[in-house]
Design a binder for this molecule. Structure first.
Ligand SMILES: [Zn+2]
Length: 292
């Protein structure tokens, strides 16, 4: 069987799946409750064995938050995993514990793989999966394969500069997409948590709606840049924004539709992700399957 692990700062989940990708069982825990990386590895091993029963775990896919080297399985400065070491060889640790190959990847990249193989992007060779939640990132499928870049950090849409004189981003640059539209930036502009701003906007509150629409317009500009860079057939939007899709869809699409340069015959389709909260687990399982 295959194990897929979705590691987040708040929660870690593991699925075991048949060789064809059908998920047979899932377990989850709060990440801080597992203590250090060794505790997390032990939890994964115990739960994978319990869920797999008499079957062997033949390979493992794992999606991690933040940058990683997918060739060596090293997690680099995980921003959401407090107290974990800055360079963590999580892939080799899991591989040693399980005695099986481990395929590690960035969570946005693996979400792209999940949507490509099991979700909204089935049958599409060139697509961008864009996640917009607390952070903004993307995963690129080009010519049918995941494109991670030479250092595993391709598709950092959140730090694409939209205006060099714009607001300061935590990355040190000005005017990044995240400086306008991340959960933190929306909360800063609104003076209350981003989840409340989106809820108020869905309820029709004009001030909240204006903030959400401005943020969506900025993300739309980033999408236009993405279209000019990689010419995807499809853009799949995932993350928390899918709950407010009706509020943002038109604003996200507008810069592409209004660009005289992106002619109608080369406009990508813009759709909402299909896998919802399962995308991380499905992506991890599919990443292991794709690499076998
Ligand atoms: Zn930035």
């Amino acid at each position: 069987m295959i194990a897929g692990i979705d590691l987040g700062g708040t929660q870690v989940r593991i699925a075991v799946a048949d060789p064809d990708g059908t998920v047979r069982g899932v377990a989850k825990a709060r990440t801080p409750d597992l203590g250090d990386p060794a505790g997390m590895v032990a939890w994964c091993l115990a739960n994978a064995r319990r869920l797999a029963g008499e079957h062997e775990i033949e390979s493992i896919g794992i999606g991690v938050p933040g940058p990683c080297d997918f060739r060596t399985g090293v997690l680099v400065n995980p921003p959401n995993l407090e107290g974990w070491p800055p360079l963590l060889p999580l892939g080799p640790m899991l591989s040693e514990a399980f005695g099986s190959p481990v395929y590690l990847g960035n969570d946005a990249d693996l979400a792209a793989v999940g949507e490509h193989r099991r979700g909204a992007g089935r049958g599409v060779d060139d697509l961008a999966y864009v996640t917009w939640s607390t952070g903004i990132g993307s995963g690129l499928i080009l010519n049918g394969h995941l494109y991670s870049g030479s250092h595993g950090s391709a598709g950092e849409l959140g730090h694409m500069v939209l205006d060099p004189d714009g607001p300061l981003c935590f990355c040190g640059m000005r005017g990044c997409t995240e400086a306008y539209a991340s959960g933190h930036s929306i909360a800063r502009d609104a003076g209350r948590p981003a989840s409340e701003v989106f809820a108020a906007a869905r309820g029709g509150e004009p001030a909240a709606l204006a903030i959400v629409e401005r943020a969506a317009s900025k993300v739309g500009l980033a999408l236009l840049n993405l279209v000019n860079l990689v010419d995807p057939e499809l853009i799949v939007m995932g993350g928390g924004i899918t709950e407010s899709w009706g509020l943002v869809e038109a604003r996200l699409a507008a810069p592409i539709l209004e660009s005289p340069f992106v002619t109608a015959n080369r406009r990508p389709r813009l759709v909402r992700a299909e896998l919802g909260t399962e995308v991380g687990l499905v992506g991890a399982v599919e990443w292991a399957r794709a690499r076998e």
